[in-house]
Design a protein. Structure first.
Length: 270
């Protein structure tokens, strides 16, 4: 008997639910109560919940489902537009193939810039040439020493006129400045080649949406390269101006020497 009561107690919730269902289904002659619970109120509440589900919640869920379907259709159309019109895969593949071709050109240009063009055969010229073609800006301070060893220093005051010493010093200064600038430009060119190679690699791997940012960086580097080119052109213009000034000074010195010779001749005749 104890086991029967324990079984009933353990399943009391199921038994109560069964009693409620039987009470609802079975016809009742009058409002019934079980364990003090008004079954009519429970049935009315259940019917109200069912009506709310069918009349309010169900239409709202159908409207949400319709809206989601419309949204999916719109998103699908946008995705199709981007894939077929703005970023078609065939065009992306062609662009990447072009980037790969340009990358090979960069490699060829870099190899051409590394061709050995050293031509000096004697020790002193070889030493200066090695510094000038090193493409190492840290070697710039060594140019002055190597230049003076090869081309000699400015004559002392007793061995040349002041005008001649000034012209020699100016020509030596402009020559050394051009050599130093050429070494710096070589180093700048190497840096630009490395930057161009990096930008090209990024373009090869960039997604269509990020490619414009990489292109903007490439444009910025192009502006810098043009600035360096203009700087080199300025150096060439200065060298040309110094060469012209040197030629003019030589003519002036020759004229002055001729005037001194005539004056000396006149004095001697007297």
């Amino acid at each position: 008997m104890t086991q029967v009561f324990e079984t009933i107690w353990n399943h009391r919730k199921a038994l109560i639910a069964l009693v409620l269902v039987i009470a609802v289904v079975a016809p009742q002659p009058a409002p019934a109560q079980i364990f003090g619970i008004d079954l009519t109120v429970i049935v009315s509440a259940i019917n109200a919940i069912g009506s709310a589900i069918s009349d309010v919640i169900a239409p709202a869920l159908r409207a949400i489902n319709t809206a989601l379907g419309t949204l999916r259709s719109v998103l699908s159309g946008i995705q199709s537009f981007f894939q077929n019109t703005i970023y078609p895969q065939a065009a992306i593949n062609r662009a990447r193939a072009l980037v790969s071709a340009v990358q090979s050109l960069y490699v060829q240009i870099q190899s051409l810039s590394r061709i050995n063009i050293r031509s000096a055969t004697l020790p002193l010229p070889q030493s200066l040439e090695g510094v000038l073609l090193s493409r190492d800006p840290l070697q710039i301070p060594a140019i002055a020493t190597q230049f003076q060893i090869l081309y000699q220093t400015v004559p002392v005051a007793g061995n040349a006129s002041p005008q001649t010493r000034d012209l020699i010093d100016m020509n030596d200064a402009s020559a050394q400045a051009a050599m130093k600038r050429s070494l710096a430009i070589d180093a700048i060119a190497d840096t630009e080649m490395q930057a161009a190679d990096r930008i090209n690699q990024e373009l090869h791997q960039a997604a269509p949406g990020t490619a414009p940012m990489v292109e903007a960086e490439a444009a910025a580097w192009l502006v810098r390269a043009n600035a360096y080119t203009q700087s080199a052109l300025g150096d060439l213009m200065r060298l040309r101006a110094i060469a012209l000034a040197d030629t003019s000074s030589q003519l002036k010195l020759n004229a002055a020497h001729a005037a001194d010779t005539r004056q000396n001749a006149i004095v001697s005749n007297k």
